[in-house]
Design a protein around this ligand. Structure first.
Ligand SMILES: NC(=O)c1ccc[n+]([C@@H]2O[C@H](COP(=O)([O-])OP(=O)(O)OC[C@H]3O[C@@H](n4cnc5c(N)ncnc54)[C@H](O)[C@@H]3O)[C@@H](O)[C@H]2O)c1
Length: 447
């Protein structure tokens, strides 16, 4: 391998287990995001469409100097699973199979879904762990019963073990509805306290935590695509490390927060001030309906609010950002379905304090943006599980690129800048493959 641009660090290649055999993907929540991802993977496998938006399928990574002209596809550089080897299953509180759920979600057109119908119909949800206390707007019937939360966790473990018999490796991803806002309590502080809480039906243990506990107990990676408190507390981090089951979360970074974490770093890089940032959305899918409940909205709001504070660092730049007024609204508006419309009004100021405004109007398709993120997280979590230097570290912070409120080690603030996140992800791939990191210093071109 050629030398890097100056200042990089060469690392020893770790022995990553090959991605041979079947990768089993267990999706919690077969709703709009999950069905769009599953149908999309099948469409790509059949050559009906391209996996646009997916870094693992379309992205390239530069290796060596710019003059080397060497940028292989990421999927050819790191040993990730082949799409043809991916097998899906999942849980939902409704009995609809993936074809029916996708038709209900109305993200993909009828023509596409009809072509995929025979395959999609074969994926039927297993009964879910669900308690309406944690998602007020849903009433489901396909639900497990048990005396204690421990019983429910055991049932999920049985589901995972049964699936494990049919595939070579398993990853679990949460793409289910946003739960109510829960703050960590004593029950979340250690594995022992959490297990006692499962026995006592502790109210602070939500359904999503039960799935995560089951997966991590079996050494299976768990990614959290929603903003709920699921793997981001000491008990789960300890379990993840103990059983070499990677974790990451939370909340897929798709529309408005994606734009925020692109624009805000640009203002900061140029030392432009921001006095206000008003973000509003209309959304008409089931996610929008769930978020119409104030307690689920609070969970989403917290997840969306953090990014600007961390990017702007008002404590370091009080003249530019200390008075920033940040407001977020999500309005449930059924006529639009999954086609979310987001507006941002950004009040900025420049030289000598003169004010300016920027308006962003993003007419996006929520699940079209989320599906490739879910797929990449699955692929990279499986890679992490097979990589000696990643499998036992717990939180996979290098996947922050995909997440609205990235989980980090205790005491570490999350990095929200999309381009720093992208550099971190790519350097992690270079690092685990034992090639030179890229620092973008590049002085050697001018020697
Ligand atoms: N679409 C996006 O762009 C996007 C972006 C970031 C985060 N998210 C989050 O991803 C999640 C899924 O979004 P969606 O648009 O697919 O929502 P959705 O309502 O279409 O799907 C969620 C599914 O989860 C099921 N469910 C709820 N609780 C469950 C449980 N305990 N066990 C099993 N299944 C359960 C529901 O029945 C539903 O089918 C939401 O939490 C959402 O906030 C979505």
């Amino acid at each position: 391998m050629s030398t890097e641009e100056q200042g990089g660090q060469k690392t020893a290649a770790s022995k990553i287990a090959p991605a041979t055999g079947k990768l089993g993907v267990m999706v919690v929540g077969l709703g709009a995001v999950a069905t769009t991802m599953i149908a999309g993977v099948e469409a790509v496998r059949r050559g009906l469409a391209k996996p646009i938006g997916s870094l693992t399928q379309m992205g390239r990574i530069r290796l060596g100097k710019r003059t080397d002209n060497h940028s292989p596809l990421i999927k050819d550089f790191v040993p990730i699973a082949n799409l043809n080897d991916v097998v899906f299953t999942g849980w939902d509180i409704f009995t609809d199979n993936v074809y029916e759920a996708a038709a209900h979600a109305k993200v993909l057109d009828e023509k596409m879904l009809t072509q995929l119908k025979p395959y999609l119909e074969t994926i039927k949800p297993m009964p879910a762990v669900f308690d309406q206390y944690y998602v007020k707007r849903l009433h489901g019937t396909n639900v497990k019963t048990g005396k204690t939360k421990r019983d429910l966790a055991n049932q999920v473990m049985e589901d995972i073990k049964a699936f494990q018999k049919t595939v070579d490796r398993v990853v679990v991803i949460w793409a289910a509805s946003t739960e109510i806002f829960i703050e960590p309590t004593a029950v979340h502080q250690s594995i022992e306290a959490f297990e006692a809480g499962l026995d006592n039906n502790d109210i602070a243990i939500s359904s999503s935590q039960i799935y995560a506990y089951a997966a991590l107990s079996l050494g299976v990676p768990f990614a959290n695509g929603a903003p709920n408190l699921t793997v981001d507390f000491p008990a789960m981090v300890a379990l993840s490390k103990k059983n070499s089951a990677p974790i990451c979360g939370r909340d897929f970074k798709t529309g408005q927060t994606f734009m925020k974490t692109v624009l805000a770093p640009a203002f900061k890089a140029r030392m432009l001030g921001v006095s206000g940032w008003f973000s509003t959305n209309i959304l008409g899918n089931r996610d929008g309906e769930v978020l119409d409940d104030p307690q689920s909205f609070k969970t989403k709001e917290e997840s969306k609010l953090g990014s600007l504070d961390y990017i702007f660092q008002p404590e370091l730049y009080p003249d530019l950002y200390k008075d920033l007024y940040h407001k977020i609204r999500i309005n449930y508006y059924p006529p639009r379905g999954d086609d979310k419309e987001a507006w941002d009004n950004i009040d900025i100021f420049g030289w000598l304090g003169y004010p300016m405004q920027i308006k962003v109007n993003f007419l996006c398709r929520d699940s079209i943006l989320a599906a490739p993120i879910a797929l990449d997280l699955i692929m990279f979590m499986d890679l992490a599980k097979r990589t000696p230097s990643l499998q036992s570290i717990g939180i996979q912070e290098w996947l922050s690129f995909y997440l609205k409120a990235p989980q980090t080690a205790e005491g570490l603030y999350p990095e929200h800048d999309l381009f720093i996140q992208s550099m971190k992800l790519k350097n992690t791939l270079r690092h685990i493959m034992g090639v030179d990191l890229i620092t973008h210093l590049g002085l050697e071109y001018y020697d």
